[in-house]
Design a protein around this ligand. Structure first.
Ligand code: NAP
Length: 245
C-alpha cells in the first residue's frame, strides 16, 4: 500500500502504517470499514462483503499492535467471532516490539447471551474477558467467570471509562482496539475514551440503507486526519479523535 500523508511513500507495510505515535503508551483505537455511502454492513448484515485483501491486512496489523480487542456482543454474535490468532510474521514483529502474548478478546455485553463453550473461550491463548455491568444475570456472570475472566463495570450499562481503566490496571492492557459495532462505538465515544479512528473507505455505493459507524451521539466529535494510505481505489484513514463537541 502507498502512504499519501503525512508524507508520500511509495510502499509501506500495513504493520508500519498502523504504528502508534507512542507504542508503549495507552491508546484506544476504533477500526471500521464503511462504503462510500456510509454503510458498515453488506446486504447480508455483515462486514465481510465490504472487505478486501488490503482492508484485511490493516485489520490484522491493527490487532498485532493491540493488547486487547474490544468487541460488542452484537458484532461477536453476527460475525461469529473466534479466538484471536496472528500469522507468524506479524506475531514475530509484535514480539520484537515487546508484546510476547496475543491480545485478549474482550466481549462487551449486558445480557451475557454468549456461548461460553465456544472456541473464543475454550481455544483462547490469552484468556477472553467478558466486560459487563452489575445488572447482568448472576448465573451468566458465574458462567463468564468459569469460562475466562470477568469485569463488572457500571450498573445498568457497561461504564466504558471504568471498564477500560480496569483493563489497564487489573490486566496491564493499555492499548485497546475497538472493533465495534456501532452501538459499542457510540458508548465508547460518549464516554470520551476514543483516541483514534481507523477507517477503511471501501470503493462502493451500496444503497441499501445499512447501519452507519455511529447513528446517535449526544454531540458531534471532531476528527483530525493524521495518516492516509491507499491501495487501488481503497482509502485507509487514521484520524485523531477530539474530545469536545
Ligand atoms: N464494518 C465494520 O467495520 C463493522 C464493525 C463491527 C460491526 N459491524 C456490523 O455492525 C453490526 C452490529 O452492530 P451493533 O451496533 O448492533 O452491535 P454491537 O455494538 O457490536 O453490539 C451491541 C451489543 O453490545 C453490548 N453493548 C454495547 N455497548 C454496551 C454497553 N455500553 N453496555 C452494555 N452492553 C453493551 C450489548 O450486548 P448484549 O445484547 O449481549 O447485552 C449490545 O446489544 C453487525 O451487522 C456487524 O456486522 C461492522
Amino acid at each position: 500500500m502507498r502512504q499519501l500523508l503525512p508524507e508520500p511513500l511509495d510502499e509501506v507495510h500495513p504493520y508500519d502504517a498502523c504504528r502508534p505515535d507512542d507504542p508503549r503508551g495507552s491508546l484506544v483505537r476504533v477500526n471500521f470499514i464503511a462504503s462510500v455511502d456510509g454503510s458498515v454492513t453488506d446486504r447480508q448484515g455483515r462486514s465481510g462483503g465490504l472487505a478486501s485483501a488490503g482492508d484485511q491486512a490493516m485489520f490484522v496489523a491493527l490487532r498485532a499492535w493491540s493488547d486487547a480487542i474490544l468487541v460488542g456482543a452484537g458484532t461477536a454474535r453476527t460475525e461469529g467471532y473466534g479466538p484471536h490468532r496472528l500469522r507468524p510474521s506479524l506475531a514475530q514483529r509484535r514480539r520484537a516490539d515487546g508484546r510476547p502474548n496475543p491480545a485478549a478478546m474482550v466481549l462487551v455485553t449486558r445480557s451475557l447471551k454468549l456461548d461460553f463453550g465456544a472456541r473464543i473461550f475454550t481455544a483462547a491463548v490469552t484468556p477472553t474477558i467478558v466486560l459487563t455491568c452489575a445488572s447482568a444475570p448472576p448465573e451468566g456472570q458465574q458462567a463468564a467467570r468459569r469460562a475466562g475472566r470477568l469485569i463488572v463495570a457500571g450498573d445498568k450499562d457497561v461504564d466504558l471509562a471504568e471498564g477500560l481503566r480496569r483493563l489497564r490496571e487489573d490486566y496491564g492492557l493499555s492499548h485497546v482496539l475497538c472493533e465495534g459495532g456501532p452501538r459499542l462505538t457510540e458508548a465508547t465515544l460518549e464516554a470520551r475514551q476514543v483516541d483514534e479512528l481507523c477507517l477503511t473507505l471501501a470503493p462502493a455505493l451500496l444503497g441499501h440503507g445499512g447501519p452507519r459507524l455511529v447513528e446517535h451521539l449526544g454531540q458531534s466529535v471532531p476528527l483530525r486526519l493524521q495518516h492516509l494510505f491507499d491501495e487501488g481505489s481503497e482509502l485507509y484513514l487514521r484520524y485523531r479523535v477530539g474530545r469536545s463537541g
